[in-house]
Design a protein around this ligand. Structure first.
Ligand SMILES: *Cc1c(COP(=O)(O)O)cnc(C)c1O
Length: 465
């Protein structure tokens, strides 16, 4: 395939994409494929000779669509959304065509400067202090890992980078059990060790008990350990729980600890001022992550970390060998020094397209619609004696189970029946040991009637368990 063939095939791909999206409501949301089925359709080795694009594209159409779980389906209510607005898709198409590696300012000045500007737009839209600077990572996992590495090195006076951890005191990081597993992973990978992630108890609202945090820090100091940082959550993954950010940050700051707030999903909702009570006090955080690739509509991957002061993180992650020196350009930002990977895609472009194509008003309307429809669905299920609402949250998420005898097994059976049916897709979690079904609303193309269909479909299928 030559560059001169690209326009024709791009047009073909664009037509395919339009037909695919139009066909989504008719498709089962979750793939019906059995393990190994797709791999068996593919040859064992790469072809020695070039194959015609016609054949490749025909195989794409034959093999790929049925092997997909359709994340852009209007009745995808599983996990959290991974939205991609059409404007973001278009920007990614352009970024793919440009195919720049944006590790340094000079390897594509527009990528760095646009990243600075659009993350600034986003900070303002979220009501964050103007002094917070943004940087785009691939995922929240990487942003949290970066923050945890910074906690480690700041506590060690940046000696760990050179000497390793073997002679160092035991570092301690604090988080509640409601935080995402990416925090556990960061602690493990940072060499701090899972046993040194102190899971601070939560109160009746599943928020970190701030007095217990203060006690845990004091006990660790008394034991000769080295408290390094606190990770807080806004909109936890299981049930949407949020820590009390202001009071928890106050304890951490009084103890001189570095702080990171994980608002990967819920952060997008903060473009609506009425939800900002959920992270009140966040302006005091050292680091904060939210994923425009979840609810906001920037296609995966696009995770924005905001830093009150980038210096500690750059001191931790930045490395400048001779071949990366940008001679005479010392006053520019080289974003690779802020992130784990060296190489960087041009991700700011899709955020720029998204924010301009919809405006904050359009994005707020999307989020407010999802929240209102979630509440209406929750009210319908709660009025039905066959169901019990187990957790609720102010955003577009709740969980429920079946009422009556043998609830765990019957709720699990219901989930299986629902997902095999295919019209909607839901996933599970456990709440205080009980099996519950989560309903997470937030697909870009979902409508009120898609959300209300959940109650109808559940009502129809519950008779089968
Ligand atoms: C989804 C999620 C993550 C992980 O996000 P990735 O971008 O996939 O790494 C972390 N924390 C919370 C609260 C999440 O909802």
């Amino acid at each position: 395939m030559k560059h001169s063939d690209l326009p024709e095939w791009s047009a073909r791909a664009a037509r395919w994409a339009a037909e695919y999206h139009a066909s989504l409501p008719e498709r089962p949301v979750r793939a019906r494929t059995r393990p190994g089925e797709i791999a068996a359709l593919l040859p064992d080795a790469a072809p020695e000779l070039p194959e015609p694009m016609e054949e490749i594209f025909a195989d794409f159409e034959r093999i790929v669509p049925d092997g997909l779980t359709h994340w852009q389906h209007p009745r995808f209510f599983a996990y959290f959304p991974s939205n991609a607005a059409p404007a973001s898709m278009l920007a990614d198409q352009l970024a793919n065509a440009i195919a720049a590696q944006c590790m340094l300012w000079q390897t594509s000045p527009v990528a760095t400067e646009m990243e600075q500007v659009v993350t600034g737009w986003l900070a303002r839209a979220l009501g964050l202090p103007a002094a917070m600077t943004g940087v785009i990572h691939d995922t929240a996992t990487t942003a949290t890992f970066s923050a945890v590495l910074t906690m480690r090195e700041r506590a060690l006076g940046w000696r760990g980078l050179h000497q390793g951890l073997s002679g160092a005191p035991r570092l301690r990081i604090y988080a509640s059990a409601e935080t995402h597993s990416s925090v556990d992973k960061a602690i493990r990978l940072a060499g701090i060790g899972q046993d040194n992630l102190v899971k601070v108890p939560t109160d009746a609202d599943r928020a970190m008990d701030v007095a217990a945090l203060a006690r845990a820090i004091a006990a660790d100091r008394a034991a000769g350990h080295l408290p390094a940082g606190v990770v807080l959550c806004v909109g936890g993954t299981a049930t949407g729980a949020s820590d009390r950010i202001g009071p928890a940050l106050a304890v951490a700051r009084a103890e001189g600890l570095y702080t990171h707030v994980d608002a990967a999903w819920a952060g997008a909702a903060m473009i609506c001022p009425e939800y900002r009570f959920l992270w009140e006090g966040v302006d005091q955080a050292d680091s904060l992550v939210m994923n425009p690739h979840k609810w906001l509509g920037a296609g995966f991957d696009c995770s924005v970390q905001f830093l009150a002061d980038p210096v500690p993180q750059v001191r931790t992650l930045g490395l400048r060998p001779d071949y990366l020196e940008t001679l005479g350009e010392d006053d520019v930002v080289n974003f690779n020094e802020w992130t784990v990977p060296l190489g960087r895609r041009f991700r700011a472009l899709k955020l720029w397209f998204l924010l301009r194509a919809h405006g904050l008003t359009g994005l707020r309307a999307m989020i407010r619609g999802h929240v209102a429809w979630t509440r209406a669905l929750e009210a319908r299920l709660s009025a039905d004696p066959r169901f019990e609402i187990v957790t609720t949250c102010p955003l577009a998420l709740f969980s429920f189970r079946l009422a009556g005898e043998d609830r765990d097994a019957r709720t699990e059976a219901l989930l299986r029946v629902v997902n095999d049916d295919g019209r909607i897709y839901l996933t599970q979690t456990r709440v205080d040991g009980a099996f519950v079904i989560r309903v997470s609303v937030g697909s870009w193309s979902t409508t009120e009637s898609d959300v209300m269909a959940v109650a109808d479909i559940l009502g129809e299928l519950v008779g089968r368990v």
